[in-house]
Design a protein around this ligand. Structure first.
Ligand code: UD1
Ligand code: CA
Length: 467
């Protein structure tokens, strides 16, 4: 097998995005466009990956370097193209670092949804001998390079701006992907000129040189249009995002997940589901999310970096973001509506977190409940604890974060402030409205607020009588 070296073209400006961000760093499914291309290249086990950068080069290279390092992969080679004189000129910059003995697989940094199988087939068509082009029939081929044939044999690619009237009627177009023997590619690149409508060095001109040299040119059709669609504008990005989300939704539906509406569903990362999972409309998942068997997700939830165990119900409008530390929700837990789980929230089985309750960096043991309007931060909460409405842990003294320990079977009344560091001992009850700043005794009632008094014969102030 001939080795494959991937060349990713990503130097173009992306003027139509009207953005300060380099085009290939705009996100699709939560990942930069170019990251999709890199992941596809990685799946092909390419020998080397060379990225041509130009516009926004520092940002693009910075992103790719960091993401390869984070994934434990080899950082790609970068080649700068300054100024950008066309796709042929872009590939010319790669010549010094491209080995002669391999197949060059040329990809576009702004065409994110091409599948590894499609590229693998293209590489096989090349076979280290032929020039293989990925093509597609388009209902409206405007703007694309046309595949010009004589009989069946491919003769040339003619760019739209250079095409004659009859050539413009050709609907078979070049998608921007090719696989070519590197040694031959180098010979042909040396012959490019910019004698055309756009005064650019066209990579596509190598097709004529291949034909002239008696090298076989094969056109390999792409299966789905969405695979070869590029992103040039915010509209195209949004359309491709929906196509990408539909692809993911379809795979989940086929695996048995019940999505209320695949058109109102977004995964910007990875979502792994057990059996009999049901997800209502307008949910967004990001980072890595794992849902166990029989998990129900209500409408309008945003959930990232979390593991939700079997039988848990996440009611509507719940926001969960585990960031680095992650969030875990135990079996049969009930969360929301309107709950917020932050990094390090670790909820055991049967835990209940109700509306307007925020939990951060806290462990709640089996059956603990905080049902209304509460905050638990840096806390350890025992089994069966009932944490009253409006109660909070005062975990931050302005400089340090301190821990609150609430042992099993404690009842914390409404509107309490637990001033950390503090321990509420097993089985204790805290009276409503208490400010607790010292450890309490087990099984006792602790009340820490002014005693209620009633003053007899007290006269309410009155407004002076009008004259
Ligand atoms: C190119 C093809 C056209 C094909 C179309 C498919 C050429 C001459 N034409 O046209 O046949 O139908 O793609 O989408 O190749 N780039 C650089 N440096 C440059 C110019 C471009 O790195 O100097 C990069 C861009 O960032 C982009 C890719 O090359 O990723 C394609 O460039 P673009 O200008 O979009 O080519 P098209 O005109 O669309
Ligand atoms: Ca393009």
């Amino acid at each position: 097998m001939t080795a494959v070296d991937v060349v990713v073209m990503a130097a173009g400006k992306g003027t139509r995005m009207k953005s300060r961000t380099a085009k290939v760093l705009h996100r699709l499914g939560g990942r930069p466009l170019i990251q999709h291309v890199m992941d596809t290249a990685h799946a092909l086990h390419a020998r080397r990956t060379i990225v041509v950068t130009g516009h926004g080069a520092d940002d693009v290279e910075g992103w790719l370097r960091a993401s390869a390092q984070a994934a434990g992969q080899t950082v790609p080679d970068f080649v700068r193209q300054e100024p950008q004189l066309g796709t042929g000129h872009a590939v010319q910059q790669v010549v010094p670092v491209l080995p002669d003995d391999g197949i060059a697989l040329i990809l576009n940094g702004d065409v994110p949804l091409v599948r590894p199988e499609t590229l693998q087939a293209l590489v096989e068509k090349c076979g280290g001998q032929r020039l293989a082009l990925l093509t597609i029939e388009m209902p409206d081929p405007t703007g694309y390079g046309r595949i010009v044939r004589s009989g069946d044999a491919v003769q040339a690619i003619v760019e739209h701006k250079d095409a004659s009237h009859p050539q413009r009627a050709i609907r078979e177009v070049y998608t921007g992907f090719m696989a070519v023997p590197s040694a031959k590619l180098k010979q042909w690149l040396a012959r490019l000129s910019n004698d055309n409508a756009q005064k650019e060095y066209y990579l596509t001109d190598i097709v004529q040189f291949a034909v002239a040299d008696g090298c076989e040119v094969v056109a390999s059709p792409a299966q789905e249009a969405v695979e070869v669609e590029g992103v040039n504008s915010p509209l195209q990005l949004a359309q491709l995002e929906r196509a990408f989300q539909m692809r993911q939704a379809r795979a989940l539906l086929e695996s048995g997940v019940r999505l209320a509406d695949p058109a109102r569903f977004d995964v910007r990362g990875t979502l792994t589901c057990g059996r009999d999972v049901a997800i209502d409309v307008n949910c967004v998942f990001f980072g890595d999310v794992v849902l166990g068997d029989d998990v129900h997700i209500g409408a309008n939830c945003v959930i990232g970096n979390a593991r939700i165990a079997s039988g848990a119900w996440i009611h509507p409008f719940t926001h969960i973001d585990g960031e680095q530390a992650g969030v875990t929700v135990g079996e049969g837990a009930l969360i929301g509506p309107f709950a917020r789980l932050r990094p390090g929230a670790q909820l055991g089985p049967e835990v209940h977190i109700g509306n307007f309750v925020e939990v951060k960096n806290s462990t709640l043991a089996r059956g603990a409940k905080a049902n209304h309007l509460a905050y638990l931060g840096d806390a350890e909460v025992g089994e069966r604890v009932n944490y009253g409405a409006g109660s909070i842990t005062a975990n931050y003294d302005g400089a340090n974060k301190n821990r609150t320990v609430i042992e099993s079977d404690v009842h914390v009344g409404s509107n309490c402030v637990l001033v950390a560091p503090v321990t509420v001992a097993r089985g204790g009850t805290i009276g409503a409205g208490s400010v607790v700043n010292r450890n309490t005794e087990p099984e006792m009632l602790t009340v820490a607020r002014a005693r209620q008094v009633s003053i007899a014969n007290w006269v309410r102030p009155k407004k002076p009588a009008k004259k």
